[in-house]
Design a protein around this ligand. Structure first.
Ligand SMILES: Cc1ncc(C[n+]2csc(CCOP(=O)(O)OP(=O)(O)O)c2C)c(N)n1
Length: 555
């Protein structure tokens, strides 16, 4: 059947199983919006306040549902507004298809109105990108983009479509939905070397990253850890891969990790990294990290091996398949001394959780939140102290329940991502934990939550400062608080009301549970202004470039 490029695009997206697109209209995508309008009963489109919010929403949707997020923007400023969201998804390996309109083909390269080379701009932050110059290539390009976004290490793909291509007509031939490319399986040689390293290890430690969460390898990892008697620590991306109350769980590793996890990395003789990157937030000093251990790196992306920390052994492939194979082939180990020592250390070094002060302690709000929202909730964060405290204190029990910009550390990520997560999971409670700095960046998306009746709960940990940077100034800049005490007078309750949302204030410890309950039960977008002391800090911290020896535990 003859269709326009715009109609083909929408049909191809529907054929890929896409149910929702986040985006923002404009001149270069008018044909696409017109085609979307025709199919409005089949494909939901959510218009955000800003394209950045749309990209974060598509990202939050993808992380929480395991589907591909789709975002649509016009040329020029619409496209450049996507950049931070695409980079955020790229850093954390989130499958995203970003579609941008561009000026007509004959205006490209002529400094035309709203023209940018978005393919050039996004080259380093996408897995792949396309400029479709011939309508006959459009449907296959869309299909291929979904394959690439979802194969191997997942990530964003951009498709730039000039306006004349969306207007041109051609024949549309339907094809079946994409099948991701098959992952490699490691050769027998590598497997048997890994197995003998596991056999010989006296002090094995598993370090799990986002790859475990995203490949749904959590259960297999847990079985594997018990079989080889190895405790498990996680990167921030790996949070929720292991339930917080798993006997072998040591918590987060790295800069704001637990002392037990960091000591385990120091003392282990075999470090089994699964789907993780050894970023500088984990291995602050990559030359001294886990220096007593052989590293066995399991990853789907060969370019990760020995990128940051030298791996003596590696297994390239799909984490679930590899973990299953290793578990089946290795002997049941007992390693009581190593495990016993670490679990004892963990029991004696829990993070502080006695709250006797008058004011509101963010840790207490975060811990009590779980008792109110239950295990099914999706917890989204922005970036800063509130993010680290959530990572440290929230008792996650289910994979994919923690959604945060870990790699890029994008302030302003949270509200868009929370909206996307709620759209993808309408029956699960979605709570955004944010800071006043982060919330100021993209709070305009509150309008979207209101107009689309997306009832997210937003807890603004309001300390009146850019807390995390303030903390670094205290520790590393002799308390010279340059431009982090920004004295904003925003009234978050009034602001919420102005947007048509519900606003609440939380100041007293005694009100935590009832306020959180009320926020959830109002079934509307709700902003809770939580008054947090400016002196709140996140400990422990390993200073940048340091090791577990340099860990600071208090002011
Ligand atoms: C877009 C962006 N700009 C700047 C930063 C640097 N940065 C990291 S944390 C932080 C402070 C965050 O403040 P807030 O959101 O209020 O959270 P808090 O640390 O107080 O919990 C800043 C400015 C960033 N991560 N992202």
């Amino acid at each position: 059947m003859q269709m326009t490029g715009a109609q083909i695009l929408i049909q191809a997206l529907l054929d890929q199983g896409v149910e929702v697109i986040f985006g923002y209209p404009g001149g270069a995508v008018l044909n696409i919006y017109d085609a979307l309008y025709e199919r409005r009963n089949e494909l939901c489109h959510i218009v955000t306040s800003h394209e950045q919010g749309a990209a974060h929403a598509a990202d939050g949707y993808a992380r929480s549902t395991a589907k591909t997020g789709v975002v649509l923007a016009t040329s020029g400023p619409g496209a450049t507004n996507l950049v931070t969201g695409i980079a955020t998804a790229f850093h954390d390996s989130v499958p995203l298809v970003a579609i941008t309109g561009n000026v007509p083909t004959d205006l490209i390269g002529r400094d035309s109105f709203q023209e940018v080379d978005i393919a050039g701009i996004t080259n380093p932050i996408t897995k792949h990108n396309y400029i479709v110059k011939d309508v006959n290539n459009l449907a296959d390009t869309v299909r291929e983009a979904f394959v690439i976004a979802n194969s191997g290490r997942k990530g964003p793909v951009l498709i730039d479509i000039p306006k004349d291509v969306t207007a041109a007509k051609t024949e549309y031939t339907p094809k079946p939905m994409f099948v991701p490319r098959k992952n490699l399986f490691p050769p027998e040689n590598d497997l048997s070397r890994a197995l003998s390293a596991i056999e010989q290890a006296e002090r094995p430690l598993i370090y799990a990253g986002g790859g475990v969460v995203f490949s749904d390898a959590s259960k297999l990892l847990s079985v594997f850890s018990k079989k080889i008697c190895a405790p498990v620590c996680v990167s921030m991306m790996g949070i929720s891969s292991v339930p917080y109350n798993d006997m072998f769980y040591l918590g987060m590793i790295g800069m704001h990790g637990t002392s037990t996890a960091n000591i385990a990395a120091r003392d282990c003789d075999l470090l089994i990294a699964v789907g993780s990157r050894f970023s500088d937030r984990v291995a602050g000093n990559r030359h001294k990290f886990a220096s007593n251990a052989k590293v066995l790196h399991i990853d789907i992306d060969p370019s990760e091996i020995s990128k940051n920390v030298n791996a003596r052994l590696s297994l390239i492939g799909d984490a679930p398949q590899i973990l299953k194979e290793l578990t089946e082939r290795c002997e049941q180990k007992t390693n009581s001394e190593w495990i016993h020592k670490l679990l004892q250390h963990k029991a004696l070094n829990t993070l502080p959780c006695v709250y006797d002060e008058q004011g509101l302690n963010p840790r207490e709000v975060i811990t009590k939140l779980q008792t109110v929202v239950g295990e099914d909730a999706l917890i989204v964060t922005d970036v800063g102290q509130h993010q680290m405290l959530t990572a440290q204190y929230y008792p996650f029990t289910k994979p994919r329940s923690f959604i945060s910009s870990c790699g890029l550390g994008t302030m302003g990520y949270g509200l868009g991502a929370a909206i996307g997560a709620k759209v993808g999971n309408p029956n699960r409670p979605v709570v955004l934990i944010t800071g006043d700095g982060s919330f100021h960046m993209n709070m305009n998306e509150l309008a979207v939550a209101v107009s689309n009746q997306i009832p997210v709960v937003i807890l603004v940990m309001n300390n009146g400062v850019l807390g995390m940077v303030h903390q670094w100034q205290r520790l590393f800049y002799q308390e010279r608080y340059a431009y982090t005490e920004i004295h904003r007078a925003t009234d978050f309750v009034k602001l919420a009301e102005a947007f048509g949302a519900v606003g609440m204030r939380l100041k007293e410890r005694s009100d935590i549970e009832q306020t959180l309950k009320a926020a959830l039960e109002c079934k509307k977008p709700c902003v809770v202004d939580c008054s947090i002391d400016i002196k709140e800090r996140v400990y422990p911290i390993i200073p940048p470039g340091g090791t577990e020896q340099d860990m600071i535990f208090s002011d």
